[in-house]
Design a protein around this ligand. Structure first.
Ligand SMILES: Nc1ncnc2c1ncn2[C@@H]1O[C@H](COP(=O)(O)OP(=O)(O)OP(=O)(O)O)[C@@H](O)[C@H]1O
Ligand SMILES: [Mg+2]
Length: 237
């Protein structure tokens, strides 16, 4: 089975699909964290800029090092790339400022709330400046209020630094709020079933979620997703 996805440079692409269809597997294949049991993964890159890492990934669970400070967590990728310490420090400070964690630079993850830990993971991914940012339900473990706040922060970050993003979420509202395009995957084994271009103007804010056109779009996607969710459940039963 072939699965191919074209992503434009600087595009925010959201992937949605029923649980178990292979969204995380797909991101991990792109990140090189998994190798396929058969077949191959081919990634055609736009440039051959070898200084820049291809991907950075943000997971749902707080995948930051508990024994490292906030600063060292955010700077981890830069350190691995052997960026001169002074330069690295500037980049880290910049991103700590962006996510509002300057004051917590020397804190350890256990001293932080869930939302703050996810800000650390997001800052680390941006600081690493990959060609493609991979996010696997990065806000999925947060309470609803923190989630809304972080959605807005993510919008601001991305609007200032338009990275190419592959973003997996179960929330269609989140996909429509953040994305330029939403790709709906079929039930396992997931293949792209439909895609929706999301043309709401940017910068986008919370008020967009109150617009009738916003609800109509999420409803349209939900109608198509529903069939796949039911198919996935039948397959499990
Ligand atoms: N194309 C595929 N071929 C073989 N196995 C697959 C394929 N896609 C996914 N799987 C397997 O299916 C299982 C579920 O996949 P995965 O965790 O990627 O789903 P998901 O869409 O991220 O689900 P969730 O929404 O619950 O996070 C995993 O065990 C994975 O190894
Ligand atoms: Mg998953």
């Amino acid at each position: 089975m072939d699965f191919s996805l074209d992503v434009a440079e600087g595009e925010f692409l959201c992937l949605v699909g029923p649980s178990g269809c292979g969204k995380s597997t797909f991101l991990r294949l792109v990140a090189g964290l998994l190798t396929p049991s058969s077949g191959e993964v081919e990634i055609l890159r736009r440039s051959a800029d070898h200084g820049q890492p291809l991907t950075s990934i943000v997971f749902q669970e707080y995948a930051i090092f508990p024994w490292k400070t906030v600063r060292d967590n955010v700077g981890f990728g830069l350190q691995m790339r052997r960026l001169p310490p002074r330069e690295g420090r500037e980049v880290v400070d910049h991103w700590l400022g962006k996510v509002g964690l300057r004051k917590f630079a020397e804190a350890f993850p256990r001293q932080l709330s869930g939302g703050m830990k996810q800000r650390v993971a997001i800052a680390r991914a941006f600081a690493n400046d990959p060609e493609v940012l991979l996010m696997d339900e990065p806000l999925g473990a947060l309470d609803a209020q923190t989630r809304v706040v972080l959605q807005q922060e993510l919008l601001r970050l991305w609007e200032e630094d338009k990275k190419t993003v592959l973003y997996v979420t179960h929330s269609l509202e989140e996909a429509v709020l953040l994305g330029d395009r939403v790709v709906l995957m079929t039930a396992h084994p997931g293949t792209p079933k439909a895609e929706y271009r999301i043309d709401f103007p940017r910068p986008r804010g919370l008020e967009l979620t109150a617009a009738p056109e916003f609800s109509r779009t999420t409803y349209t996607i939900w109608s198509a997703l529903q069939d796949e969710v039911l198919r996935a459940m039948e397959a499990e039963a």
